[in-house]
Design a protein around this ligand. Sequence first.
Ligand code: ADP
Length: 541
Amino acid sequence: MLGQMMNRPLRVADILSYAEDIHGDEGVISSTVEGGIHRETYREMAARSRQLAKALFSIGIREGDRVATLAWNGFRHMELYYGIPGIGGICHTLNPRLPAEQLIFIVNHAEDRALFLDLTFVPAVEKLAAHFPKGMLYIIMTDRAHMPDTSLPGALCYEELLAAEDDGYEWPDLPEDTAAGLCYTSGTTGNPKGTLYTHRSQVLHAFMVCVATQDAMHTGRRILPVVPLFHANAWGLAHATPLAGASLIMPGPHLDGASLFDLMEAENVFSAWGVPTVWLGLMAEINKRGRLPEGFGEVVIGGSAAAPSLIEAFEEKGVDVIHAWGMTEMSPIGTLTKLEPNMQALPLEERLKLKSYQGRRAFGVEMKIVDEDGTRQRHDGKAVGELFVRGYNVMSGYYRSEESALDAEGWFGTGDVAAIRPDGFLCITDRTKDLIKSGGEWISSIDVENLALAHEQIANCAVIAVPHPKWGERPVLVAVPADGCTPDTGDVLRHLGEHLAKWQLPDDVIYVDSLPLTATGKVSKLTLRQEYADHKLPGMD
Ligand code: ADP
Protein backbone atom coordinates (compact mmCIF):
# COMPACT_ATOMS: atom_id res chain seq x y z
CA MET A 1 0.00 0.00 0.00
CA LEU A 2 1.32 3.44 -0.87
CA GLY A 3 1.34 6.22 1.69
CA GLN A 4 -0.53 9.43 1.08
CA MET A 5 1.95 12.15 1.83
CA MET A 6 2.80 14.81 -0.72
CA ASN A 7 5.62 13.84 -2.97
CA ARG A 8 7.31 17.27 -3.15
CA PRO A 9 10.63 17.06 -5.00
CA LEU A 10 13.82 17.82 -3.09
CA ARG A 11 15.36 20.92 -4.73
CA VAL A 12 18.75 22.51 -4.11
CA ALA A 13 17.28 26.03 -4.31
CA ASP A 14 14.97 25.27 -1.37
CA ILE A 15 18.02 25.22 0.90
CA LEU A 16 18.82 28.84 0.11
CA SER A 17 15.15 29.90 0.28
CA TYR A 18 15.01 28.32 3.74
CA ALA A 19 18.20 30.09 4.82
CA GLU A 20 16.70 33.38 3.52
CA ASP A 21 13.52 32.92 5.55
CA ILE A 22 14.90 31.46 8.75
CA HIS A 23 18.59 32.43 8.92
CA GLY A 24 18.46 35.59 6.82
CA ASP A 25 21.03 37.51 8.88
CA GLU A 26 23.67 34.78 8.66
CA GLY A 27 25.60 34.49 5.43
CA VAL A 28 28.87 34.31 3.56
CA ILE A 29 31.96 36.36 4.35
CA SER A 30 34.55 36.24 1.58
CA SER A 31 38.18 37.19 1.29
CA THR A 32 37.97 38.37 -2.31
CA VAL A 33 40.14 38.03 -5.37
CA GLU A 34 39.87 41.81 -5.93
CA GLY A 35 41.13 42.41 -2.36
CA GLY A 36 39.30 43.06 0.91
CA ILE A 37 36.44 41.33 2.68
CA HIS A 38 32.93 41.08 1.24
CA ARG A 39 29.91 40.37 3.46
CA GLU A 40 26.61 39.03 2.17
CA THR A 41 23.68 37.68 4.18
CA TYR A 42 21.72 34.63 3.06
CA ARG A 43 18.82 37.08 2.48
CA GLU A 44 20.97 39.00 0.00
CA MET A 45 22.44 35.84 -1.48
CA ALA A 46 19.00 34.35 -2.14
CA ALA A 47 17.85 37.54 -3.89
CA ARG A 48 21.03 37.69 -5.98
CA SER A 49 20.71 34.01 -6.89
CA ARG A 50 17.24 34.76 -8.28
CA GLN A 51 18.70 37.67 -10.28
CA LEU A 52 21.38 35.26 -11.49
CA ALA A 53 18.70 32.75 -12.54
CA LYS A 54 17.10 35.43 -14.72
CA ALA A 55 20.49 36.47 -16.06
CA LEU A 56 21.23 32.87 -17.02
CA PHE A 57 18.02 32.81 -19.04
CA SER A 58 18.91 36.14 -20.65
CA ILE A 59 22.22 34.77 -21.95
CA GLY A 60 20.52 31.65 -23.27
CA ILE A 61 21.11 28.99 -20.62
CA ARG A 62 18.33 26.42 -20.47
CA GLU A 63 17.39 23.32 -18.49
CA GLY A 64 19.98 20.55 -18.83
CA ASP A 65 22.79 22.91 -19.89
CA ARG A 66 26.17 22.40 -18.24
CA VAL A 67 27.53 25.65 -16.86
CA ALA A 68 31.15 25.54 -15.72
CA THR A 69 32.77 27.48 -12.89
CA LEU A 70 36.48 28.13 -12.41
CA ALA A 71 36.61 29.95 -9.12
CA TRP A 72 37.89 30.09 -5.56
CA ASN A 73 35.67 29.89 -2.50
CA GLY A 74 33.64 33.10 -2.50
CA PHE A 75 30.12 34.53 -2.51
CA ARG A 76 29.64 34.58 -6.29
CA HIS A 77 30.63 30.93 -6.53
CA MET A 78 27.98 30.16 -3.89
CA GLU A 79 25.37 32.08 -5.92
CA LEU A 80 26.24 29.91 -8.92
CA TYR A 81 25.85 26.81 -6.74
CA TYR A 82 22.18 27.77 -6.30
CA GLY A 83 21.27 29.82 -9.38
CA ILE A 84 22.43 27.27 -11.97
CA PRO A 85 20.66 24.16 -10.60
CA GLY A 86 17.76 26.37 -9.53
CA ILE A 87 16.75 26.79 -13.19
CA GLY A 88 17.51 23.16 -14.05
CA GLY A 89 21.07 23.74 -15.23
CA ILE A 90 24.08 21.77 -14.04
CA CYS A 91 26.75 23.52 -12.02
CA HIS A 92 29.98 22.01 -13.31
CA THR A 93 32.87 22.91 -11.03
CA LEU A 94 36.31 22.87 -12.66
CA ASN A 95 39.47 22.34 -10.66
CA PRO A 96 41.95 25.11 -11.60
CA ARG A 97 44.86 22.99 -10.41
CA LEU A 98 44.35 20.44 -13.16
CA PRO A 99 46.80 20.41 -16.06
CA ALA A 100 45.60 22.26 -19.20
CA GLU A 101 45.02 19.10 -21.23
CA GLN A 102 42.74 17.67 -18.54
CA LEU A 103 40.73 20.89 -18.33
CA ILE A 104 40.31 20.85 -22.11
CA PHE A 105 39.22 17.22 -22.00
CA ILE A 106 36.71 17.83 -19.20
CA VAL A 107 35.11 20.98 -20.68
CA ASN A 108 34.66 19.24 -24.04
CA HIS A 109 33.46 16.00 -22.50
CA ALA A 110 30.86 17.89 -20.48
CA GLU A 111 30.02 20.12 -23.49
CA ASP A 112 29.83 23.15 -21.24
CA ARG A 113 27.77 26.05 -22.65
CA ALA A 114 29.19 28.77 -20.42
CA LEU A 115 32.14 29.34 -18.12
CA PHE A 116 32.02 31.61 -15.06
CA LEU A 117 35.57 32.45 -13.98
CA ASP A 118 37.35 34.41 -11.29
CA LEU A 119 39.67 37.23 -12.36
CA THR A 120 42.63 35.09 -11.29
CA PHE A 121 41.97 32.59 -14.06
CA VAL A 122 41.48 34.98 -17.02
CA PRO A 123 45.05 34.61 -18.36
CA ALA A 124 44.94 30.79 -18.14
CA VAL A 125 41.52 30.55 -19.81
CA GLU A 126 42.60 32.92 -22.61
CA LYS A 127 45.19 30.28 -23.54
CA LEU A 128 42.65 27.44 -23.42
CA ALA A 129 39.66 29.12 -25.09
CA ALA A 130 40.59 28.03 -28.62
CA HIS A 131 40.25 24.40 -27.45
CA PHE A 132 36.88 24.87 -25.73
CA PRO A 133 33.49 24.18 -27.38
CA LYS A 134 32.43 26.71 -30.04
CA GLY A 135 30.05 29.40 -28.85
CA MET A 136 31.14 29.11 -25.21
CA LEU A 137 30.01 32.09 -23.13
CA TYR A 138 32.59 33.62 -20.79
CA ILE A 139 31.41 35.50 -17.70
CA ILE A 140 34.04 37.09 -15.48
CA MET A 141 33.05 37.03 -11.83
CA THR A 142 33.71 40.65 -10.94
CA ASP A 143 32.26 44.16 -11.26
CA ARG A 144 32.68 46.62 -14.12
CA ALA A 145 35.50 48.49 -12.36
CA HIS A 146 37.63 45.34 -12.22
CA MET A 147 36.85 43.99 -15.69
CA PRO A 148 40.16 43.22 -17.39
CA ASP A 149 41.10 43.73 -21.02
CA THR A 150 40.70 40.23 -22.33
CA SER A 151 40.80 38.24 -25.53
CA LEU A 152 38.03 35.95 -24.28
CA PRO A 153 35.33 36.18 -26.95
CA GLY A 154 32.38 38.35 -25.86
CA ALA A 155 33.44 38.29 -22.19
CA LEU A 156 30.58 39.39 -19.94
CA CYS A 157 30.70 41.00 -16.50
CA TYR A 158 28.96 39.08 -13.69
CA GLU A 159 27.78 42.12 -11.73
CA GLU A 160 26.43 43.82 -14.86
CA LEU A 161 24.43 40.73 -15.74
CA LEU A 162 22.89 40.67 -12.28
CA ALA A 163 22.24 44.41 -12.20
CA ALA A 164 20.11 44.10 -15.34
CA GLU A 165 17.65 41.78 -13.57
CA ASP A 166 15.27 42.05 -10.61
CA ASP A 167 14.89 39.27 -8.05
CA GLY A 168 11.26 38.44 -8.83
CA TYR A 169 11.67 34.81 -9.74
CA GLU A 170 10.11 31.59 -8.53
CA TRP A 171 12.21 28.42 -8.65
CA PRO A 172 10.57 25.91 -10.99
CA ASP A 173 9.54 22.48 -9.81
CA LEU A 174 11.97 19.96 -11.20
CA PRO A 175 11.89 16.20 -10.69
CA GLU A 176 14.25 15.56 -7.78
CA ASP A 177 16.45 13.28 -9.83
CA THR A 178 17.25 16.17 -12.19
CA ALA A 179 21.02 16.66 -12.48
CA ALA A 180 22.22 19.57 -10.32
CA GLY A 181 26.01 19.39 -10.22
CA LEU A 182 28.94 17.83 -12.02
CA CYS A 183 32.45 17.17 -10.71
CA TYR A 184 35.23 15.18 -12.35
CA THR A 185 37.73 13.14 -10.34
CA SER A 186 41.34 14.07 -10.91
CA GLY A 187 41.99 11.02 -13.05
CA THR A 188 45.31 9.75 -11.77
CA THR A 189 44.96 6.98 -14.34
CA GLY A 190 43.14 7.45 -17.64
CA ASN A 191 40.87 10.38 -18.37
CA PRO A 192 38.98 12.19 -15.62
CA LYS A 193 35.50 10.85 -14.92
CA GLY A 194 32.42 12.87 -14.03
CA THR A 195 30.07 12.41 -11.11
CA LEU A 196 26.64 13.87 -11.87
CA TYR A 197 24.87 14.81 -8.65
CA THR A 198 21.08 15.12 -8.45
CA HIS A 199 18.96 17.62 -6.53
CA ARG A 200 17.89 14.74 -4.32
CA SER A 201 21.45 13.57 -3.58
CA GLN A 202 22.61 17.14 -2.86
CA VAL A 203 19.77 17.89 -0.42
CA LEU A 204 20.01 14.55 1.39
CA HIS A 205 23.79 14.88 1.56
CA ALA A 206 23.36 18.31 3.18
CA PHE A 207 21.11 16.74 5.83
CA MET A 208 23.66 13.96 6.38
CA VAL A 209 26.45 16.46 6.97
CA CYS A 210 24.30 18.57 9.32
CA VAL A 211 23.33 15.58 11.44
CA ALA A 212 26.92 14.35 11.68
CA THR A 213 28.52 17.68 12.66
CA GLN A 214 26.04 19.27 15.01
CA ASP A 215 28.55 21.23 17.08
CA ALA A 216 29.32 23.41 14.08
CA MET A 217 26.04 23.31 12.23
CA HIS A 218 23.88 25.95 13.85
CA THR A 219 23.16 29.66 13.83
CA GLY A 220 25.99 31.79 15.15
CA ARG A 221 28.71 29.32 14.20
CA ARG A 222 31.30 30.27 11.62
CA ILE A 223 32.75 27.63 9.35
CA LEU A 224 35.81 27.91 7.14
CA PRO A 225 35.87 25.64 4.11
CA VAL A 226 39.49 25.42 3.01
CA VAL A 227 38.14 22.54 0.96
CA PRO A 228 37.31 24.13 -2.36
CA LEU A 229 33.88 24.67 -3.85
CA PHE A 230 35.57 23.53 -7.05
CA HIS A 231 35.88 19.97 -5.75
CA ALA A 232 33.05 17.79 -4.45
CA ASN A 233 30.75 20.48 -3.08
CA ALA A 234 33.35 21.62 -0.54
CA TRP A 235 32.55 18.39 1.31
CA GLY A 236 28.88 19.36 1.38
CA LEU A 237 29.47 22.69 3.15
CA ALA A 238 28.00 24.64 0.20
CA HIS A 239 24.63 23.15 1.08
CA ALA A 240 24.83 22.04 4.71
CA THR A 241 25.93 25.40 6.15
CA PRO A 242 23.04 27.55 4.80
CA LEU A 243 20.62 24.76 5.70
CA ALA A 244 21.84 24.79 9.30
CA GLY A 245 22.04 28.58 9.46
CA ALA A 246 25.75 28.77 10.21
CA SER A 247 27.90 31.28 8.29
CA LEU A 248 30.65 30.49 5.81
CA ILE A 249 34.00 32.24 5.93
CA MET A 250 35.51 31.97 2.46
CA PRO A 251 39.31 32.19 2.11
CA GLY A 252 39.37 32.98 -1.63
CA PRO A 253 42.83 32.31 -3.03
CA HIS A 254 44.62 32.91 0.33
CA LEU A 255 45.35 29.40 1.63
CA ASP A 256 48.76 29.59 3.36
CA GLY A 257 49.01 29.10 7.13
CA ALA A 258 49.45 32.80 7.98
CA SER A 259 46.53 33.99 5.81
CA LEU A 260 44.26 31.29 7.20
CA PHE A 261 45.26 32.14 10.77
CA ASP A 262 44.52 35.85 10.23
CA LEU A 263 41.16 35.25 8.56
CA MET A 264 40.10 32.71 11.20
CA GLU A 265 40.98 35.08 13.99
CA ALA A 266 39.39 38.16 12.39
CA GLU A 267 36.15 36.29 11.64
CA ASN A 268 36.00 34.10 14.74
CA VAL A 269 35.97 30.79 12.87
CA PHE A 270 34.88 27.85 15.04
CA SER A 271 35.18 24.98 12.58
CA ALA A 272 37.65 24.62 9.69
CA TRP A 273 37.60 21.89 7.02
CA GLY A 274 40.45 20.71 4.80
CA VAL A 275 43.07 18.15 3.78
CA PRO A 276 46.05 17.26 6.03
CA THR A 277 48.60 19.26 4.00
CA VAL A 278 46.66 22.48 4.71
CA TRP A 279 46.58 21.73 8.44
CA LEU A 280 50.31 21.06 8.56
CA GLY A 281 50.69 24.63 7.24
CA LEU A 282 48.27 26.10 9.78
CA MET A 283 49.85 24.11 12.63
CA ALA A 284 53.28 25.52 11.76
CA GLU A 285 51.75 29.02 12.01
CA ILE A 286 50.03 28.19 15.32
CA ASN A 287 53.35 26.96 16.70
CA LYS A 288 55.10 30.08 15.43
CA ARG A 289 52.61 32.42 17.12
CA GLY A 290 52.36 30.18 20.18
CA ARG A 291 48.55 30.24 20.24
CA LEU A 292 45.37 29.28 18.39
CA PRO A 293 43.27 31.71 16.38
CA GLU A 294 40.60 33.09 18.77
CA GLY A 295 37.43 30.98 18.77
CA PHE A 296 38.93 27.98 16.91
CA GLY A 297 37.32 24.83 18.37
CA GLU A 298 37.00 22.17 15.70
CA VAL A 299 38.92 20.95 12.69
CA VAL A 300 37.64 18.51 10.10
CA ILE A 301 40.48 16.57 8.46
CA GLY A 302 39.87 14.37 5.43
CA GLY A 303 40.76 13.71 1.83
CA SER A 304 43.69 11.58 2.91
CA ALA A 305 44.52 9.93 6.21
CA ALA A 306 45.00 12.26 9.19
CA ALA A 307 48.19 11.20 10.97
CA PRO A 308 47.86 10.59 14.73
CA SER A 309 50.63 13.16 15.32
CA LEU A 310 48.55 15.85 13.56
CA ILE A 311 45.41 14.82 15.44
CA GLU A 312 47.34 14.96 18.71
CA ALA A 313 48.79 18.40 17.95
CA PHE A 314 45.27 19.82 17.57
CA GLU A 315 43.69 17.88 20.45
CA GLU A 316 46.46 18.90 22.85
CA LYS A 317 45.63 22.52 22.13
CA GLY A 318 41.93 21.94 22.74
CA VAL A 319 40.76 21.71 19.13
CA ASP A 320 38.31 18.86 18.57
CA VAL A 321 39.40 16.79 15.56
CA ILE A 322 36.83 15.22 13.26
CA HIS A 323 38.42 12.75 10.87
CA ALA A 324 36.37 12.34 7.69
CA TRP A 325 36.55 9.95 4.77
CA GLY A 326 34.78 10.20 1.46
CA MET A 327 35.17 10.56 -2.26
CA THR A 328 33.89 12.65 -5.15
CA GLU A 329 31.57 9.81 -6.13
CA MET A 330 29.92 10.05 -2.68
CA SER A 331 29.14 13.79 -2.79
CA PRO A 332 31.70 13.28 -0.95
CA ILE A 333 31.06 12.43 2.74
CA GLY A 334 31.04 8.75 3.71
CA THR A 335 32.20 8.63 7.31
CA LEU A 336 33.03 11.11 10.10
CA THR A 337 34.34 10.73 13.63
CA LYS A 338 32.29 12.90 15.89
CA LEU A 339 33.01 11.22 19.20
CA GLU A 340 30.09 10.69 21.55
CA PRO A 341 30.43 12.20 25.05
CA ASN A 342 31.49 8.86 26.62
CA MET A 343 34.23 8.50 24.00
CA GLN A 344 35.22 12.14 24.33
CA ALA A 345 35.78 11.48 28.05
CA LEU A 346 38.35 8.73 27.35
CA PRO A 347 42.04 9.31 28.17
CA LEU A 348 43.87 11.23 25.40
CA GLU A 349 45.63 8.14 24.10
CA GLU A 350 42.43 6.15 23.54
CA ARG A 351 40.71 9.17 22.07
CA LEU A 352 43.57 9.63 19.64
CA LYS A 353 43.36 6.01 18.62
CA LEU A 354 39.65 6.32 17.84
CA LYS A 355 40.21 9.54 15.93
CA SER A 356 42.94 8.03 13.83
CA TYR A 357 40.26 5.80 12.29
CA GLN A 358 38.22 7.33 9.48
CA GLY A 359 35.03 7.55 11.50
CA ARG A 360 31.59 6.01 11.37
CA ARG A 361 29.15 6.01 8.51
CA ALA A 362 26.96 9.04 7.93
CA PHE A 363 23.23 8.38 7.83
CA GLY A 364 22.28 6.84 4.50
CA VAL A 365 25.70 5.34 3.74
CA GLU A 366 26.05 1.56 3.94
CA MET A 367 29.42 -0.17 3.79
CA LYS A 368 30.70 -3.67 3.11
CA ILE A 369 34.19 -5.09 2.70
CA VAL A 370 34.91 -7.98 0.39
CA ASP A 371 37.96 -10.16 -0.29
CA GLU A 372 39.49 -10.72 -3.72
CA ASP A 373 36.79 -13.28 -4.58
CA GLY A 374 34.03 -10.84 -3.68
CA THR A 375 33.16 -12.66 -0.44
CA ARG A 376 31.87 -10.38 2.29
CA GLN A 377 34.15 -10.02 5.29
CA ARG A 378 33.09 -9.65 8.90
CA HIS A 379 33.05 -6.23 10.52
CA ASP A 380 35.37 -7.39 13.30
CA GLY A 381 38.09 -4.79 12.92
CA LYS A 382 40.51 -7.45 11.67
CA ALA A 383 39.28 -8.70 8.29
CA VAL A 384 40.58 -6.42 5.57
CA GLY A 385 39.14 -6.09 2.07
CA GLU A 386 38.02 -3.66 -0.60
CA LEU A 387 35.42 -1.23 0.67
CA PHE A 388 32.10 -1.00 -1.19
CA VAL A 389 29.39 1.54 -0.44
CA ARG A 390 25.84 2.37 -1.35
CA GLY A 391 23.59 5.21 -0.30
CA TYR A 392 21.53 8.29 -1.20
CA ASN A 393 24.72 10.21 -1.87
CA VAL A 394 26.57 7.56 -3.90
CA MET A 395 26.98 7.69 -7.68
CA SER A 396 25.48 4.88 -9.79
CA GLY A 397 27.61 5.43 -12.92
CA TYR A 398 30.06 7.93 -14.40
CA TYR A 399 28.74 10.72 -16.60
CA ARG A 400 28.37 9.60 -20.22
CA SER A 401 29.90 6.22 -19.52
CA GLU A 402 28.27 3.02 -20.72
CA GLU A 403 30.01 0.90 -18.11
CA SER A 404 28.36 0.16 -14.79
CA ALA A 405 30.34 1.40 -11.82
CA LEU A 406 28.55 -1.04 -9.50
CA ASP A 407 29.01 -4.69 -8.50
CA ALA A 408 26.33 -7.33 -9.09
CA GLU A 409 24.60 -6.38 -5.82
CA GLY A 410 24.49 -2.69 -6.75
CA TRP A 411 27.37 -1.45 -4.56
CA PHE A 412 30.06 1.00 -5.63
CA GLY A 413 33.70 -0.16 -5.24
CA THR A 414 35.76 2.59 -3.64
CA GLY A 415 39.22 1.27 -4.49
CA ASP A 416 40.09 1.64 -0.80
CA VAL A 417 41.26 -1.22 1.38
CA ALA A 418 39.78 -1.22 4.86
CA ALA A 419 38.56 -3.00 7.95
CA ILE A 420 35.37 -2.10 9.81
CA ARG A 421 35.25 -2.47 13.60
CA PRO A 422 32.25 -3.90 15.44
CA ASP A 423 31.55 -0.38 16.80
CA GLY A 424 31.30 0.89 13.21
CA PHE A 425 34.62 2.69 12.92
CA LEU A 426 36.15 2.48 9.45
CA CYS A 427 39.91 1.83 9.33
CA ILE A 428 41.34 2.59 5.90
CA THR A 429 44.60 0.73 5.27
CA ASP A 430 45.32 2.17 1.87
CA ARG A 431 44.14 2.80 -1.64
CA THR A 432 44.45 -0.45 -3.58
CA LYS A 433 46.94 1.25 -5.88
CA ASP A 434 49.11 2.59 -3.04
CA LEU A 435 49.45 -0.69 -1.11
CA ILE A 436 52.93 -2.18 -1.27
CA LYS A 437 53.13 -5.87 -2.09
CA SER A 438 56.39 -7.26 -0.77
CA GLY A 439 57.04 -11.00 -1.13
CA GLY A 440 53.32 -11.79 -1.12
CA GLU A 441 52.62 -9.66 1.99
CA TRP A 442 50.85 -6.30 1.93
CA ILE A 443 52.36 -3.27 3.61
CA SER A 444 50.09 -0.32 4.37
CA SER A 445 51.71 2.93 3.25
CA ILE A 446 49.40 4.86 5.60
CA ASP A 447 50.56 2.88 8.68
CA VAL A 448 54.24 3.57 7.93
CA GLU A 449 53.56 7.27 7.16
CA ASN A 450 51.64 7.74 10.39
CA LEU A 451 54.58 6.38 12.38
CA ALA A 452 57.14 8.41 10.43
CA LEU A 453 55.16 11.61 11.02
CA ALA A 454 55.47 11.00 14.75
CA HIS A 455 59.25 11.45 14.39
CA GLU A 456 59.98 15.00 15.49
CA GLN A 457 62.42 15.69 12.66
CA ILE A 458 59.95 14.77 9.90
CA ALA A 459 57.48 17.43 8.76
CA ASN A 460 55.67 15.50 6.02
CA CYS A 461 56.19 12.23 4.18
CA ALA A 462 54.90 9.57 1.82
CA VAL A 463 55.65 5.88 1.59
CA ILE A 464 55.74 4.40 -1.91
CA ALA A 465 56.47 1.09 -3.57
CA VAL A 466 59.71 0.77 -5.51
CA PRO A 467 60.19 -2.26 -7.81
CA HIS A 468 62.44 -4.98 -6.37
CA PRO A 469 63.77 -8.02 -8.28
CA LYS A 470 63.28 -10.44 -5.41
CA TRP A 471 60.35 -9.09 -3.40
CA GLY A 472 58.32 -7.52 -6.22
CA GLU A 473 58.03 -4.21 -4.39
CA ARG A 474 59.69 -2.68 -1.37
CA PRO A 475 58.63 0.41 0.60
CA VAL A 476 60.62 3.63 0.43
CA LEU A 477 60.00 6.62 2.70
CA VAL A 478 60.13 10.02 1.00
CA ALA A 479 60.38 12.60 3.77
CA VAL A 480 60.42 16.37 4.16
CA PRO A 481 62.64 17.23 7.16
CA ALA A 482 61.21 19.60 9.78
CA ASP A 483 62.55 23.18 9.60
CA GLY A 484 66.30 23.27 10.22
CA CYS A 485 66.59 19.50 10.85
CA THR A 486 68.78 16.87 9.19
CA PRO A 487 67.27 13.57 10.29
CA ASP A 488 69.54 10.57 10.69
CA THR A 489 68.23 7.64 8.61
CA GLY A 490 69.36 5.03 11.14
CA ASP A 491 67.48 6.91 13.84
CA VAL A 492 64.32 7.22 11.69
CA LEU A 493 64.37 3.47 10.96
CA ARG A 494 64.95 2.65 14.65
CA HIS A 495 61.92 4.81 15.48
CA LEU A 496 59.80 2.94 12.93
CA GLY A 497 61.20 -0.40 14.07
CA GLU A 498 59.66 0.12 17.52
CA HIS A 499 56.26 -0.51 15.94
CA LEU A 500 56.90 -2.37 12.68
CA ALA A 501 58.18 -5.81 11.77
CA LYS A 502 61.53 -5.82 10.00
CA TRP A 503 60.02 -6.70 6.60
CA GLN A 504 57.66 -3.72 6.90
CA LEU A 505 60.49 -1.22 7.34
CA PRO A 506 61.31 1.03 4.37
CA ASP A 507 64.42 -0.06 2.47
CA ASP A 508 65.47 3.53 2.03
CA VAL A 509 64.69 7.07 3.18
CA ILE A 510 64.86 9.84 0.60
CA TYR A 511 64.87 13.44 1.84
CA VAL A 512 63.16 16.11 -0.29
CA ASP A 513 62.31 19.81 0.16
CA SER A 514 58.64 19.31 -0.66
CA LEU A 515 56.21 16.64 -1.83
CA PRO A 516 54.26 16.84 -5.10
CA LEU A 517 50.53 17.52 -4.59
CA THR A 518 47.52 16.38 -6.60
CA ALA A 519 44.95 18.83 -7.93
CA THR A 520 42.96 18.27 -4.74
CA GLY A 521 45.90 19.15 -2.52
CA LYS A 522 46.85 15.62 -1.45
CA VAL A 523 50.35 14.17 -1.65
CA SER A 524 50.63 12.63 -5.12
CA LYS A 525 52.05 9.16 -4.63
CA LEU A 526 51.57 8.49 -8.32
CA THR A 527 54.06 11.26 -9.19
CA LEU A 528 56.49 9.92 -6.57
CA ARG A 529 56.16 6.35 -7.82
CA GLN A 530 56.95 7.53 -11.36
CA GLU A 531 59.83 9.69 -10.14
CA TYR A 532 61.45 6.89 -8.13
CA ALA A 533 60.55 3.95 -10.41
CA ASP A 534 64.26 3.40 -11.13
CA HIS A 535 65.47 4.23 -7.65
CA LYS A 536 68.37 2.02 -6.66
CA LEU A 537 67.74 0.57 -3.21
CA PRO A 538 70.73 0.24 -0.84
CA GLY A 539 72.42 -3.12 -1.29
CA MET A 540 71.18 -3.53 -4.87
CA ASP A 541 73.84 -3.14 -7.54
P1 ADP B 1 40.71 12.72 -5.98
O1 ADP B 1 41.56 11.51 -6.22
O2 ADP B 1 40.13 13.36 -7.17
O3 ADP B 1 41.27 13.63 -4.95
P2 ADP B 1 38.64 12.14 -4.12
O4 ADP B 1 38.73 13.47 -3.48
O5 ADP B 1 37.32 11.62 -4.47
O6 ADP B 1 39.42 12.08 -5.42
O7 ADP B 1 39.45 11.12 -3.23
C1 ADP B 1 38.85 10.02 -2.61
C2 ADP B 1 39.89 9.13 -2.00
O8 ADP B 1 40.70 9.83 -1.06
C3 ADP B 1 39.32 7.98 -1.23
O9 ADP B 1 38.94 6.91 -2.07
C4 ADP B 1 40.47 7.61 -0.30
O10 ADP B 1 41.43 6.80 -0.95
C5 ADP B 1 41.11 8.94 -0.01
N1 ADP B 1 40.66 9.45 1.29
C6 ADP B 1 39.73 10.38 1.52
N2 ADP B 1 39.63 10.62 2.84
C7 ADP B 1 40.51 9.81 3.47
C8 ADP B 1 40.86 9.56 4.85
N3 ADP B 1 40.32 10.23 5.83
N4 ADP B 1 41.80 8.63 5.09
C9 ADP B 1 42.39 7.94 4.09
N5 ADP B 1 42.10 8.12 2.79
C10 ADP B 1 41.17 9.05 2.47
